[in-house]
Design a binder for this molecule. Sequence first.
Ligand code: HEC
Length: 397
Amino acid sequence: MKLNSLLPSFAFSIAAMSSLSNADALDSLGHIHSLSFAGEEQQTLLLGAHHGLYSYQHNNANLVSKQAFDVMGLAREPKTGTVFASGHPPQGGNTGLLRSDDGGKNFTLVSEGLDGPVDFHQLAISAVDPRRIYGVHGGLQVSNDGGKSWRKAGALPPKLLKLAASNTQLNRLYAASEQGFFVSQNSGETWQKSLSSPATTVVTHQGRVFAFIVGQGLVVANESDMQWREIYNAFGLQVLLDLAVSGDGQRLVGLSQKGELLESLNKGESWNSLPPKPQPVTTQEMNGRKIYQANCQSCHGIEAVGETYSIDGLTTEGFLFAPALNGSMHGWHHTDEQLVKTIMDGSPRTAKMPAWKGTLSETDALDTIAYLKTLWGEKQKRCQGPGHMDRNCLQGH
Ligand code: HEC
């Protein structure tokens, strides 16, 4: 299969994109690294971010942790609600493994880990026995006593992106990696690849495993039989790097490689941005949405998130995905005139982006652009065109 030969470019795209800006509304948190639900019913969304641990409710983020630290790994023990975290203190260095028994307000040091102090970028706790904790720092480390002492496990799958512990088998562990989806039955000593498309995240929830598989979207399996079922595959060019599932399983929140949050209120069957994108207001924007949905959405995706990754796209050399036009890619680097020209004349590189001049008028094209701008952030609107090269504009001066 050709897939593997194309993975380096895919890996590059994840790495490059994750350094792009967050959604404007969440800018003050710095990059979000990890998600979890907390509270008795597990309805409060926790964000592990560059400036600390935040709760996110009614589209407002509030700092929960009294200590400010860059939260990298984050894991919550499902039964007791104990929160474990690891990352970097503001003065630099690593925090070691931290623990909070009050929902993330106060953290205390559990241990420095092996070769520490560690910054576990990945943390996983077994729901079968909460004393079993896994952390990734210079390889996989395993603890059997709640994080006090640690031993090294076997080699991890290469290009690991996310680790999750089984809810039903003490020694079973799942790994999402750019090289596939892996399972270990012996606490990470050895691994078996069970899916070969890139897997960008995995979480376990009440006996089920959720994973994001590039080309297949969000999938779920019961841990008892590991038969995958597709939940949703219209994420466009977004992949989920983390996922949190609420206590009742109704609400899912995902973190894209662009640092943006996505939310589903119906078990993953449909998704919107979090906070939701503003609705079109003016006649021009509303007309533009109609034109977009009728002519462009089939390729550029729902709310212009881009053409969804497909196995075909990943295995065909030179395949050009229809880019996101929602402000997350470089569409906003062009002026209105340049965008109109692309829409009217098509792309010189591929007939896949056809010329629309036989079908649409220039006014239609401008209306479509007006709609697309409702999906852009403040920065994209302010610095459209040449402004994208202007540091002052980008920094908001
Ligand atoms: C059949 C698939 C398809 C349809 C339908 C389609 N596009 Fe595209 N579009 C593409 C592809 C593929 C590209 C990338 C071309 C390239 O890389 O040269 C593209 C590129 C673009 C670009 C350039 C983006 C950039 O960052 O430079 C714009 C703007 C655009 N399309 C707008 C539209 C609009 C508006 C519509 C509807 C009127 C539309 N497209 C319909 C496939 C499509």
